[in-house]
Design a protein around this ligand. Sequence first.
Ligand SMILES: Cc1cc2nc3c(=O)[nH]c(=O)nc-3n(C[C@H](O)[C@H](O)[C@H](O)COP(=O)(O)OP(=O)(O)OC[C@H]3O[C@@H](n4cnc5c(N)ncnc54)[C@H](O)[C@@H]3O)c2cc1C
Length: 301
Amino acid sequence: MILGGGASGLTAGIYSARAKLNTVILNEGAVGGQMVLTNEIANYPGVETTSGYILAGTMKKQARDFGCKIKSNVRITEYQLDNPVKSVILEDGRKFRARIVILAPGGKPRPLDIPGENDFKGTGISYCATCDGEFFTNRELIVVGGGNSALEEALTLTRYASKITVVHQFDHFQAFEQAVREAEANPKIEFIMESELRSFIGNGVLESVTIEHLPTGSVSEKEINGVFIFAGYLPNTSALQGVVELNDRKEIVVNADMKTNIPGVFAAGDCVAKKYRQVTTAVADGTIAALSASEYLQSLK
Ligand SMILES: Cc1cc2nc3c(=O)[nH]c(=O)nc-3n(C[C@H](O)[C@H](O)[C@H](O)COP(=O)(O)OP(=O)(O)OC[C@H]3O[C@@H](n4cnc5c(N)ncnc54)[C@H](O)[C@@H]3O)c2cc1C
């Protein structure tokens, strides 16, 4: 039983079903996870630039073709993972049981948690360039963040927006050199460094933001049509608190074989404690989790 149908869960499904294990993926959202939010994936080896939606669709087909069952948009309300036969109960009362569970619930964008953020989600604030970029055609945008996602998504947004200001808290970027070079060379992109957004202001729709320049503490107001936030991520593990060992960042603790602290429970992808989160690292984790799970099942026999 694989809980999560993103890159890591689908890969675990491919390996598990191909090893002739009776495999089901239960996914709380749309199959593909964060991949379907990504307009362009240019760093997945062997596949020239593709959309995340297409890559996710291909992974899903591969898993299904090997016999993996996939149930999406389910809601899990109860986890019982301690026993040799583990079970989860869905909102509609259905119960699924398996001797092996692979946790692959991924993560979600980290909100800024500043005044106005909840008021303008969907009416000026977005966390997904692919989903919402087109709504801001010929408008001015702010992109918050300085990592790979922020700069790559800022570049994607230049297709629609007339101007983009990247607001970043440090004096340097954490993104790969290539993304930084491309963003700096793009005439539509400007930068405000060492600064953080402090509030969102508007009447029904977002009209402006306040920005603090961190070294001086001075706060200014900037009129803006939209803000895209790429300020890190939160693992989707709140439902797993007390069920499996998490670290202080709420990431699932695993060893090199993707084993958690519970025998027969493995974890993979963005939800585990690690430094780099990419599609490649998610599929690698999913591979290891499924192979370890298969070996564990053999050991039970
Ligand atoms: C905007 C953006 C751009 C990115 N661009 C790139 C890029 O260009 N290249 C790259 O390599 N990586 C990129 N990434 C990162 C990459 O998408 C992720 O690292 C990878 O997809 C994570 O896969 P995952 O399977 O671990 O998790 P996810 O993709 O998060 O999938 C987890 C799935 O599990 C579901 N779920 C959640 N909780 C539960 C639960 N309790 N039970 C069952 N299901 C659950 C979720 O709904 C979701 O469908 C980007 C990410 C973002 C947000």
